[in-house]
Write a protein that binds this ligand. Structure first.
Ligand code: COA
Length: 241
């Protein structure tokens, strides 16, 4: 099976949404924020993710997808044989650094409003947020903001890995690393730091350490005794000899 890493195009959004939904189905943050499975609406969730991807494309975020270019015909390799050519098996979404002294560009501000409007339409269409526990969402936002305020000490900003996910059948084949490298190499050339948060300690902390990240803090989102831990990791730029 051959895989190519390409920038996310609008036509890839449905495949990217499906990949993310599957990759994060057992993610601790996802389970904490959508804490009542009986209320979870997968179509509402897909519409929300699609709106976010459109926002990311319009804001020129570095978003890459891993696409199967040549499916194997070897029927003995079951997990690979299931993946057709064109299937998206990984998504890596980053935000570019925003210097703390620079105000948010108006174009990003406008896209944020457009995203809110799309989400409002989704609320009407699906009669709600599809199981997202809104108060937990705001707890997470607050805790995350506090972490950024104290950890993001570089005034030039950070390449922020918003999400990276690889389909379970394609894990451990170097795809996550390739999705990360596309931005980490740019960060190294520019001498910029990278940042991420993962709610899955094992095995993700080890995986990211192998990519040069260091665990800098563990933070907790807590709601009525139900806690979701987040592992904050920073990667300082590597100078190639
Ligand atoms: C985290 C994730 C993106 C990694 O992607 P992946 O394609 O499986 O990882 P890779 O195959 O590129 O492996 C990268 C490195 O980690 C190592 N690694 C992979 N899985 C590992 C595991 N379970 N335990 C220890 N090391 C592991 C690999 O050996 C490789 O190291 P190397 O460079 O020394 O060879 C993927 O596991 C995933 O999608 N997980 C579910 C969603 C998720 O948790 N996303 C992260 C949210 S921040």
């Amino acid at each position: 099976m051959a895989i190519e890493i390409v920038p996310l195009a609008k036509a890839d959004i449905p495949g990217a949404v499906e990949c993310v939904q599957k990759a994060f189905s057992d993610d601790p943050y996802f389970r904490w924020a959508f804490n009542d499975p009986s209320k979870f609406n997968i179509q509402r969730n897909a519409a929300s993710l699609a709106a976010h991807f459109e926002y990311g494309i319009n804001c020129y975020c570095p978003i890459s997808v891993a696409k199967v270019t040549r499916a194997t015909t070897d029927q003995k390799i079951d997990r690979e044989a299931q993946l057709q050519s064109g299937t998206i098996v990984g998504v890596g979404w980053w935000y570019s650094p925003q210097p703390s002294s620079t105000p948010e560009p108006w174009s990003i501000w406008a896209q944020s409003w457009l995203l809110s409007f799309r989400q409002f339409k989704n609320n009407v269409r699906f009669l709600g947020r599809g199981g997202l526990n809104l108060s937990r969402y705001w707890i997470w936002k607050e805790v995350q903001q506090e972490a950024h305020d104290s950890l993001w000490t570089d005034p030039r900003g950070y390449y922020f890995c918003n999400m990276v996910g690889v389909s379970s059948q394609a894990r451990g084949m170097g795809i996550g690393k390739r999705l990360m490298e596309s931005v980490m190499e740019r960060a190294d050339r520019e001498g910029m730091p990278c940042y991420l948060e993962s709610s899955k300690g094992y095995p993700n902390v080890t995986i990211y350490e192998k990519m040069g990240f260091e665990l800098v803090r563990e933070i907790e989102c807590a709601d009525k005794g139900d806690v979701c831990k987040l592992y904050c990791m920073i990667r300082f730029p590597k100078i190639k000899s």
